[in-house]
Design a protein around this ligand. Structure first.
Ligand code: ZN
Length: 203
């Protein structure tokens, strides 16, 4: 039996592209495609332009490895932020979650992942070496390790602590208050605020 579809080819092609996005199944792609079809053309043009502009201009900060639209991100170049306090996070979404909480006024270091031997991810696969290079006791007053409370996040935190212990920089681990095994990006700002305020020294 031939594959009968009620939609013309351009709609099917857009649906195919949309299903490549995380969390978008065939049904949602169909709804989105039809929605875009019925919006004014200027909306579709703006959407396309914004996607292309984002792809062309967003890069990685050369200091903290956060997403940025310049060589050095806004936080790293902000003199009102505490440049001597580094908060280590797994990814840009976790960094954004902490920023939304308003609990933190230092700078960040985005690892770009966590250590996971079972997946073959070692220190050389994330920005661990760059963190150690930045962690100069003459310029850094505190390091807060805010990797997630998953097994990998905890072991990554331990690895960082072990390697920086000899530098005698005060280190702390983000406090409990965030759910064990959970992702920071899904935690509400108040819980994150509490977690930052009640952080404790690394054991
Ligand atoms: Zn930066």
């Amino acid at each position: 039996m031939p594959d009968v579809t009620p939609y013309p080819d351009p709609i099917l092609r857009l649906m195919d592209s949309l299903t490549c996005l995380p969390g978008i199944g065939r049904k949602t792609a169909e709804r989105l495609a039809l929605h875009i079809l019925h919006t004014p053309e200027v909306y579709a043009q703006t959407l396309c332009r914004d996607i292309i502009r984002m792809k062309k201009t967003v890069c990685i900060c050369d200091t903290c490895f956060a997403l940025s639209d310049s060589v050095t991100c806004r936080i790293c170049s902000d003199p009102s932020r505490n440049q001597d306090t580094i908060c280590v996070v797994e990814n840009p979404a976790d960094m954004a979650a902490i920023e939304k909480s308003g609990a933190y006024r230092g700078v960040y270091h985005v690892l770009g992942g966590v250590l996971s031997p079972i997946d073959g991810i070692g220190p050389e696969d994330i920005r661990m070496k760059e963190l150690f290079c930045r962690s100069d006791p003459r310029t850094v007053r505190e390091i807060i390790v805010a990797t997630n409370t998953s097994v990998e996040g905890e072991s990554t935190a331990s690895y960082i602590m072990d390697h920086l212990r000899s530098r005698h920089i005060p280190m702390s681990r983000i406090a409990t208050g965030v759910p064990m095994g959970g992702d920071l990006q899904f935690v509400d700002p108040l819980t994150l605020l509490t977690a930052m305020e009640r952080r404790h020294a690394f054991q």
